[in-house]
Design a protein around this ligand. Sequence first.
Ligand SMILES: Cc1ncc(COP(=O)(O)O)c(C=O)c1O
Length: 396
Amino acid sequence: MWYDGPAMQRHLLFIPGPVTCAQSVLEAMAKPLIDHRGPEFAALLARIERGMRPIFGTRADVVLLGGSGTAGLEAAIASAFSPGQRVLAAPVGIFGKRLVNIARSYGLDVAVIDTPYGHALDPSALAAALANDRDIAGILLTHNETSTGVQNDMAALAAAIGDHPATTIVDSVSGLGASAFEMDAWNYDIVVSATQKALSVPPGIAMVAVSPRGWERIAQAKNPRFYLDLARAREFAAQGQTPWTPPVSIAFALDVGIERYHAEGAPHVYARHERYARALRAAVGALDLELFSRPDAHSVTVVALRLPDGLNADAIRRALREEAGVVIGGGQQDLKGKILRIGTMGELTQTDILGAIGALEIVLLRQGHPLQVGSGVRAALEIFLGKEAAPVLVGA
Ligand SMILES: Cc1ncc(COP(=O)(O)O)c(C=O)c1O
């Protein structure tokens, strides 16, 4: 134990969601509840929609669903397509594959573009798959793949899609808010995100933005749906309500989270995630570890590193959590034991990042990984002290 006080109680979340939240966001959830069919809730819903639109880069509708990001993704599939329709999916990791599974469970005929783990989707591969097939009804993309620390270039993918008429669905659960997203300019139809990632709010609401063309497609779609019906969510949103009882307390928290987001300012939020990710990547390199994402595919919200043989992912994560209060992610499914994932989202300061890297150094040393003490911290510090960094080490 490297901590002098009572047993470690404070955990800093460096998992890629849920994330550490500001006290004011948490306190918002303790407010007395309100009538979800009354005027106060209608005003709250309108404020949230107004605040979310620029984050999606859209003037279109943003509807809220009670549930996590997966509820939003399932709602998109259930609402936009009909059984038997052909869609093209381009997963770049485990969450993209989950989207394929959702689509298949709704009876869609899913063709898949394979991309090796760690790589971003190649826009020319997407363009080639679409080139001679105007009949594909849908395209399923991931903005940021949390399982591999990879971020797709959504502007380049939009250009590759060009004027293809397919309904485009984008999973931006772990991307939205952390870097620029221009749903309208890029012509995406349905974009899904969730509270517990870059907006630094507890989990419980999926935010789904739908373009006018997306609503047209939804009006024609025949997939079975009830709770996750986006058309019904839109009808109720027009009255300032949700079809079903909403997670009111999470909506209070989201309201504060969005206010904090805009008070910080999107450019600063983008720069903060970018700077933290760069600092972590620099530390990984200095500690003689290998990044899992390719150099042109790095995510700003999660840094994934490949573990060399002999290092035990579970033991590293346990020591960090139990002894340093630093909680990081491991690999999922076939990446289990092979990688570690460190998130940059949430209420984290540069000091937190430096501390987490220092703790990682101690654990790695104890596991026999050769490293020069302080090299990871130093590499990160150099990023923070660079001319693009904020001049102070507390707060971002
Ligand atoms: C890219 C991506 N898609 C989908 C999901 C699923 O979201 P949820 O766990 O909120 O259902 C996640 C969660 O981490 C994610 O990172």
